[in-house]
Ligand binder design. Structure first.
Ligand code: AMP
Length: 530
C-alpha cells in the first residue's frame, strides 16, 4: 500500500477542489457578517504560509495566535501547518504572566493578534522572543495581500512533524504544552467524522458553529473537520453572549454547534424566557463537553425545546475529543428518561481510543457502574508526553497509557461516568463522594442557576462536602430546602453540610468551575447559613 503521509495540506486541496464555493461566515467585532468561500480561505492560507516564509521563519518554528473565532484564525489553523510551521494557540483569557511563560516555553517566533487584543499582547510581549507581530485587519492583511499564494510549494511534510500546540488550562502548577502532529490531527479529524453520536453525525450538508474557542484544544477539531467534509462554517467572533449566538443560529441556519455547559445554560435560560422567539428547527445537535453537562439541562433542551444535547469528553492531551454519547440501538429506542441517564454520562470512546480505569494499587477495575478509579487512555491522538517537560513523565504508565487525573466509574455498557478530577474528590470517612453528581442534582432545582461542590476539612470525617450555589434572580431556597431536595437520591452522608449562596461561581479561562478559588473562599471563612 502507498505510504501516504497524513498531513494538513491535503485538507486545503480537498476543500477547494470539491467544496470551493461553500461558505465560511464570520460575525465581525462590529456585529456585521463577513462571508467568503473555502476557495478564498485556501488561497489566503497558502499566502499566509508564503508570507511567513518571506519573514524568514523556518520549518518547525512556532507561530502563535491570540485571536477569537474568525476566518483569519481559520486561515492560521491551515496556513501555518501547511507552511511547515507550528500553530500555537494562546489562550486570551490567561493572566499575562502565564502568557509570557507559555510563549517563552514554546519559543514563539511570531504572533497573529486581533486588534482588540493588542493591549493584552503589549502586557507580555517584551518578556518573549516574539519577533513578528501580525495584527488582524492590519499588518496580517498586508502580509496576506502581498504574498503570492501561487508561490506556495507543498513542503512534503512528514506526518510525524508537529502541526500545532496548545497548553493545558490546568488550575494548578505550571501550564504544560501538548504538541499535535499532522498525523494525530488528521486521525482525530477522521475519528470525529466517523463517530456518529446519537445518529446525529455531521456531513457536507451541515452548518457548523464552533462556540468553543479556537484557543482551547483545537476548537475541538471543528476547523479541520468542517474543511474535510465541506460543511458551511460560522464563526461567532467575540460575540459569545446567548442572544448573539441564537441570532447566528437562526440567521445562518446552524445545524450543529459545540461548547462548554456554561454557554448552553445561558442559552437554555434565554429560550425558556421566550420560547417562541427563535426558530431552531434546523438545529440537529449541540455537542457539550469540557465540564459535565447537567442532566437537567440535557432534559430541559429536549423536553421544552426539542433540541438534542450530545455529551462528549476529552482533554487538551487527547486532541481533544475522546468519547461521545453513542447510544447503541436498544438505548436509542429506550424511553426518554433512560436516554437522559446515558447522555448525562461521558459516553463511549471514539474508534482507536481505548479506556480503562484503575484503583490506587493499579488494579484494573470492572465495568460495574460503581468501582471508582482513575481513567487511563491510549490512542493515536493522545499525547505521549508534554513538550519539554520531563518532570511530568509520571503521567504516563509503564505500559504506555496516559493517566487522565479524572476519577470515573464505568457503566456495564462501556459508558464512562466522571465523578471528579482527582484533586477535587471529596473523601469523607474514607469513602468517596462525587462532587459532580451532587452538582448535577442541584442544578436540576428550579431555583438554582449553577452549583459547585467542594471538599472542606472536617475534624471527624476528614473532609465534608460544601455546596456553593447561585440562585436564579428573584428566587429563594434555604440550605434545608436544598438538602431535602437532594435527600431522596443520595445517601445521607453525601448531603452537603454547608450551603453557601454566592452571586457567581468563579470560572477558569475556559469556563470550568475554579474550585481552588472556592476552596480558598470557604475553608477559612465562617459558616453562613440562611
Ligand atoms: P481541558 O484540557 O482544559 O479540556 O480539560 C480536560 C478536563 O476537563 C478533563 O480531564 C475533565 O476533567 C474535564 N472534562 C472534559 N469534558 C468533560 C465532561 N463531559 N464531563 C466532565 N468533565 C469533563
Amino acid at each position: 500500500m502507498m505510504d501516504t503521509q497524513l498531513t494538513l495540506p491535503f485538507l486545503l486541496r480537498r476543500s477547494e477542489s470539491y467544496f470551493g464555493d461553500k461558505e465560511i461566515v464570520t460575525r465581525l467585532p462590529d456585529r456585521s457578517f463577513h462571508r467568503y468561500t473555502y476557495r478564498d480561505a485556501a488561497r489566503r492560507a497558502r499566502a499566509l504560509a508564503v508570507g511567513l516564509q518571506g519573514l524568514g521563519l523556518e520549518r518547525g518554528d512556532r507561530v502563535a495566535t491570540l485571536c477569537w473565532n474568525h476566518y483569519q484564525h481559520h486561515e492560521a489553523y491551515l496556513g501555518i501547518p501547511s507552511g511547515g510551521f507550528v500553530l500555537h494557540t494562546l489562550n486570551l483569557r490567561l493572566h499575562p504572566n502565564d502568557l509570557a511563560y507559555i510563549a517563552n516555553h514554546a519559543e514563539d517566533k511570531a504572533v497573529i493578534v486581533d486588534r482588540s487584543l493588542v493591549p493584552l499582547l503589549d502586557t507580555f510581549l517584551a518578556q518573549t522572543s516574539i519577533e513578528h507581530v501580525l495584527v488582524v485587519e492590519d499588518s496580517y492583511e498586508e502580509l496576506v495581500a502581498d504574498s503570492d499564494a501561487g508561490a506556495w510549494v507543498d513542503p512534503e511534510l512528514n506526518e510525524n512533524e508537529a502541526a500545532a500546540m496548545c497548553y493545558t488550562s490546568g488550575t494548578t502548577g505550571v501550564p504544560k504544552g501538548v504538541l499535535y502532529s499532522h498525523r494525530s490531527t488528521v486521525l482525530h479529524t477522521l475519528g470525529v467524522a466517523a463517530g456518529n453520536p446519537m445518529g446525529l453525525g455531521v456531513s457536507e450538508q451541515d452548518v457548523i458553529l464552533p462556540v468553543v474557542p479556537m484557543f482551547h484544544a483545537n476548537a475541538w477539531g471543528y476547523p479541520y473537520l468542517a474543511t474535510m467534509i465541506g460543511a458551511k462554517l460560522v464563526y461567532p467572533g467575540p460575540h459569545l453572549d446567548p442572544e448573539s449566538l441564537l441570532e447566528d443560529f437562526v440567521e445562518e441556519g446552524v445545524t450543529w454547534t459545540a461548547g462548554v455547559p456554561t454557554i448552553w445554560l445561558g442559552i437554555l435560560a434565554m429560550l425558556d424566557a421566550d420560547p417562541g422567539r427563535w426558530d431552531l428547527s434546523r438545529m440537529k445537535g449541540m455537542l457539550v463537553g469540557g465540564s459535565a453537562a447537567p442532566r437537567a439541562m440535557i432534559a430541559g433542551f429536549k423536553q421544552r425545546h426539542g433540541l438534542d444535547v450530545v455529551h462528549g469528553w476529552g482533554m487538551t492531551e487527547t486532541s481533544p475529543v475522546a468519547s461521545t454519547a453513542q447510544l447503541p440501538g436498544d438505548l436509542a429506542a429506550a424511553d426518554e428518561e433512560t436516554q437522559f441517564d446515558y447522555v448525562a454520562m461521558q459516553g463511549m470512546p471514539l474508534s482507536f481510543v481505548e479506556l480503562r480505569h484503575r484503583d490506587d494499587e493499579g488494579v484494573i477495575l470492572p465495568w460495574d457502574g460503581e468501582s471508582m478509579g482513575e481513567l487511563e487512555i491510549r490512542g493515536p491522538w493522545v499525547a505521549a508526553g508534554y513538550y519539554n517537560t520531563p518532570e511530568q513523565a509520571d503521567r504516563w504508565t509503564d505500559d504506555g497509557w496516559f493517566k487522565t487525573g479524572d476519577i470515573v466509574s464505568m457503566h456495564p455498557r462501556g459508558f464512562i461516568q466522571i465523578k471528579d478530577r482527582s484533586k477535587d474528590v471529596i473523601k469523607s470517612g474514607g469513602e468517596w463522594i462525587s462532587s459532580v453528581e451532587l452538582e448535577n442534582a442541584l442544578m436540576a432545582h428550579p431555583a438554582i442557576v449553577e452549583a459547585a461542590v467542594i471538599a472542606v476539612p472536617d475534624e471527624k470525617w476528614d473532609e465534608r462536602p460544601l455546596a456553593a450555589v447561585v440562585l436564579r434572580e428573584g428566587q429563594t431556597a434555604t440550605a434545608d430546602d436544598l438538602r431535602a431536595f437532594l435527600a431522596p437520591d443520595f445517601a445521607k452522608w453525601w448531603l452537603p453540610d454547608r450551603f453557601e449562596f454566592i452571586s457567581e461561581i468563579p470560572k477558569t479561562s475556559v469556563g470550568k468551575f475554579r474550585k481552588t478559588e472556592l476552596r480558598d473562599m470557604f475553608t477559612t471563612e465562617a459558616v453562613v447559613q440562611p
